[in-house]
Design a protein around this ligand. Structure first.
Ligand code: NAD
Length: 289
């Protein structure tokens, strides 16, 4: 940045050393883990973090081939990457995921807890298995990954020259952490849970210089919601919910993730960042209600 912001500081006050934020490659040398990184938003975020200079572990669950392909694309861009299969809702598998990252990359600086799923049903037909499956992956999976990351961040502390934080966690939530969603009660409950889990962790670990935030995507064009955008009719219906009148792309979320992970967001923690084209702006009132 060309302007010297230190001229704005009052020299009579104790000085804060602000992190340097070079224009590009803001995550150079940092080690990132993206869960559910083989498709959709996770894939976009993995590629975005790599473009910003991070080495990336691409976690996948069912899509081994896709996970390997994302890791290969990242390696071709000149940084390190590998794919690792694991179910984020299983404690021993999460522990193994983090242990391997420690071995291969020596540390973790950024966790993007992105893996998620839906098992939709009208509420009175929702089975306990459908409820449990979604809570286990979307909420317990994020708990297990965030806990492992915080343990690693606390053990190591701030690494000078890498980042001014000891570590960054980004939870992939949803606009449905505030917008109720009929027919998707398990999903909305999991995302609402992520919101206060994220903020409570953020409050607890801030003194260790660990930042914890959430991205709350609106409608992003990925496999999870294909029926909402595949046909022109479906797309038209969807746009009634989006004041900005376009669907979101994985890149929209990747850009937000790079910013939150970088020292540009050094003073940002406990934030739910809505990247939703205005979906949370009560679009029913667009024409005055
Ligand atoms: P997606 O289906 O492409 O991605 C979900 C990923 O999670 C997949 O790669 C899947 O393999 C992985 N996954 C599922 N269960 C897993 C498990 N047990 N262990 C490890 N990985 C597992 O869909 P997406 O839209 O890219 O979703 C990514 C995240 O974004 C999810 O948390 C989702 O809730 C959230 N989100 C998506 C949208 C949207 O419009 N697409 C909106 C709001 C929030």
């Amino acid at each position: 940045m060309g302007f010297d912001f230190s001229t704005l500081h009052d020299p009579a006050l104790p000085q804060v050393v602000m992190p340097e934020c070079p224009a590009a490659q803001k995550l150079r040398g940092q080690k990132a883990l993206v869960t559910g990184g083989s498709s959709g938003i996770g894939k976009g975020v993995a590629l975005g973090l790599a473009e910003a200079g991070a080495d990336v572990v691409v976690n996948y669950h069912s899509g081994a081939e896709e996970g390997e392909a994302v890791a290969e694309a990242i390696r071709r861009s000149g940084v390190r990457a590998y794919a690792h299969g694991c179910d984020v809702s299983e404690e021993d598998q999460v522990e193994a995921l983090f242990a391997r990252m420690q071995e291969e990359f020596g540390r973790i600086d950024i966790l993007v807890a992105n893996a998620g799923m839906q098992k939709d049903a009208p509420f009175d037909e929702m089975t306990l298995a459908q409820w449990n499956a979604v809570i286990k992956v979307n909420l317990t999976g994020q708990f297990l990954c965030a806990r492992a990351a915080v343990r690693a961040f606390k053990k190591r502390g701030v690494v000078p020259g890498v980042s001014s934080s000891a570590g960054k966690i980004i939870c992939m939530s949803s606009v449905h952490d505030v917008i109720p969603w009929a027919g998707h009660v398990n999903y909305a409950a999991s995302k609402g849970g992520i919101s206060l889990m994220m903020k409570s962790i953020a409050q607890e670990v801030a003194p260790y210089r660990i930042r914890v935030n959430a991205i709350c995507p609106g409608a992003i064009r990925t496999p999870i919601n294909e029926e909402a955008w595949r046909t022109p009719e479906a797309y038209g219906e969807l746009m009634k919910l989006v004041p900005y009148k376009r669907i979101g792309e994985a890149e929209d979320i990747a850009r937000a993730a790079v910013w939150l992970a970088s020292d540009d967001a050094d003073y940002v923690t406990g934030l739910s960042l809505y990247v939703d084209g205005g979906m949370t702006l009560y679009p029913g009132f667009e024409t005055g209600g």
